[in-house]
Design a protein around this ligand. Structure first.
Ligand code: CP
Ligand code: NVA
Length: 305
């Protein structure tokens, strides 16, 4: 039976670790210049209803390095839900490609796409979740710390798709996830309730960024207005003004704490230029690792090995 990756919760803890081991192996092969064409002659269809730099390029180049091919399918070209229903497009595309990666608005839309597709579907971001981002970021943390023991991640800002995926991550690996957010901008209640029911990692919600970062190993942030919320930006800038990650905030975290951001960043809003460019910033390693981890994911879902 085909396996989708719509949420981190689609993987078991063992599968998360297998993914990390495979990503490490694929990254090492890439660095050594060794061929690793595990998806030779396979094609990934990439459906985008929102813009992208990292997701598009990392999947496209990743497929090429695996010996396969990727097709960029922007919404306007295929006319999803305007020219043709998701359910029809899903079945049509499934007849041509070996996997689909989709970036959509409603999470229910990608669930519908996956229901009708006969090939694996990967979530390249929805309004609810951004699983590829967070699973890659956890790999990055494991890579630089060499362990995830006693890990504390402090997320400062909006309880958005990235924050929700962090909470999902805590149901598969035991770490502490803290979020400091303004009232009314908490993560999704169902995602949080599921994490509380699994009770593997800890999820803590704060109002005050200074309290959330104390002793944390990773300080993470994301934009205050996600794609689709651009018209709320000015209002959100006022609401989130105390949620800026600057050097003073970083200095309250654990010694050697690292700064992470999924990017794109709005320098001067959620994070200062100084923090982005500081030696503690892992932002470009995160971006690069998207490709290595997603290659491992593609091999796990589409590969024959
Ligand atoms: N972080 C991330 O997903 O970036 P893009 O929106 O550029 O793909
Ligand atoms: N929360 C952001 C993440 C972008 C990668 C958004 O949805 O726009």
């Amino acid at each position: 039976m085909k396996k989708d990756f719509l949420s981190i919760t689609d993987l078991t803890t063992n599968e998360v670790w297998s993914l990390f081991e495979l990503a490490k192996e694929l990254k090492a092969k890439y660095v050594r210049g060794e061929a690793h064409q595990y998806l030779k002659d396979q094609t990934l269809g990439m459906v985008f209803l929102k813009p992208s730099t990292r997701t598009r390029i990392s999947f496209e180049v990743g497929m090429f390095q695996l010996g396969g091919h990727a097709l960029y399918l922007p919404a306007d070209d295929i006319g999803l839900e305007k020219r043709e229903a998701f359910s029809d497009v899903a079945r049509v595309i499934s007849g041509y490609v070996d996997g689909i990666m989709a970036r959509m608005f409603g999470h229910e839309d990608i669930i519908e796409l996956a229901r009708y597709a006969s090939v694996p579907v990967i979530n390249g971001l929805t309004d609810l979740l951004h699983p590829c981002q967070v699973i890659s970021d956890m790999f990055t943390i494991w890579e630089y710390r060499r362990t995830l023991d006693d890990l504390v991640v402090a997320y400062i800002g909006d309880g958005n798709n990235v924050a929700n995926s962090w909470i999902n991550m805590s149901t598969r690996l035991p770490f502490t996830f803290r979020i400091a957010c303004p009232e009314g901008y908490e993560p999704n209640a169902e995602v949080e309730a599921y994490a509380r029911s699994v009770n593997l990692g800890r999820v803590e919600i704060y109002r005050e960024p200074k309290e959330a970062v104390r002793g944390a190993h990773v300080i993470y942030t994301d934009v205050w207005a996600s794609m689709g919320q651009e018209q709320e930006l000015e209002k959100r800038k006022k609401i989130f003004k105390n949620y800026l990650v600057d050097s003073a905030l970083l200095s309250l975290a654990a010694r050697d704490a690292r700064f992470m951001h999924c990017l794109p960043a709005h320098r001067g809003d959620e994070v200062t230029h100084e923090v982005m460019e500081s030696p503690s910033s892992l932002i470009f390693t995160q971006a690069e690792n998207r490709m290595h981890v997603q290659k491992a994911l593609l091999v796990m879902l589409m590969g024959k090995r």
